[in-house]
Write a protein that binds this ligand. Sequence first.
Ligand code: AVJ
Length: 321
Amino acid sequence: MKTVKQNVHYHVGNENETDMYIEILNGLKSSPKSISPKYFYDKKGSELFESITMLREYYPTRTELFILNKYKSEMANAAGTNSALIEFGSGSSEKVRTLLEAMPELKEYVPIDISKDFLYQSARALSMEYPGLNVYAVSADYTAKFEMPKLESERKVVFFPGSTIGNFEPHEMEDFLKQTAELLKPGGGLLIGVDLKKDQAVLNAAYNDKKGVTRDFNLNLLNRLNRELLANFKLEDFSHHAFYHAEKGRVEMHLVSLKNQVITIGDVQIAFQEGETIHTENSYKFTIKEFHQIAAMCGFKPKKVWCDERQWFTIHYLEVI
Ligand code: AVJ
């Protein structure tokens, strides 16, 4: 039998044992009530997010891809040769393909994602498209400690697109950047997508699209709790509320209870007052200067920043000092 030389390798970086039931119940028993935005992404939620990225009002994905495409050679230059490229939250590895076009000499790519099956499938597909590239798929929660496979390259560069960093609270963002600096070691690079502060009307429209896809995305969380945690939320008794909070510099998303009601999750009861909300997401926005200051506190030296003409979105390249 002919053996096929495989250029894809699978690793378990950490086991993701945080119990969804416990985490969600804690959030709903707190005051104010909250649920982490990471729970948006069940199958339906991932599909709805995909639809969001194609909405006229939702500029981040489109703008980031435009910047990536326009400046990919400069980014490849900054990343340097003989670096391994590590991607956090790689998903289908769609964005990295643009970058890879400008990095034909890249030898090692390490996609890291929490959803194992999808990650392995995407890594396999990518490895077949790039026979000269070694793909090390790592299933892990990259916000926690995880183990890396042994790599040949001298340097590491982390690619973290999507402005996902905007979902972190300030202290979580600091922990994350410090942990990333530790992984990268001095001289290592971070190529990261960061959404900018801008006209509030643009921000509000991006999270309140006319078609109501963002509303469905937010409400789908309740469907997920009904299905996976045996809850009995009635979706018609909650509404989508998203707004830019200027003092906090973030878009907030909430699910608003439209009446006094008691819902059950398994055998636990949760009471809602009319108007009470579940806070489901923060999406922080930054100025270039703000982001540079935070990064500097965490051991990064800003090297380069690429932007679209309207100055709505940035991709930063930073190096660990
Ligand atoms: C995936 C976190 C970047 O904050 O814009 C889109 C998620 N939420 N519409 C964002 C999201 C509502 C998105 N991120």
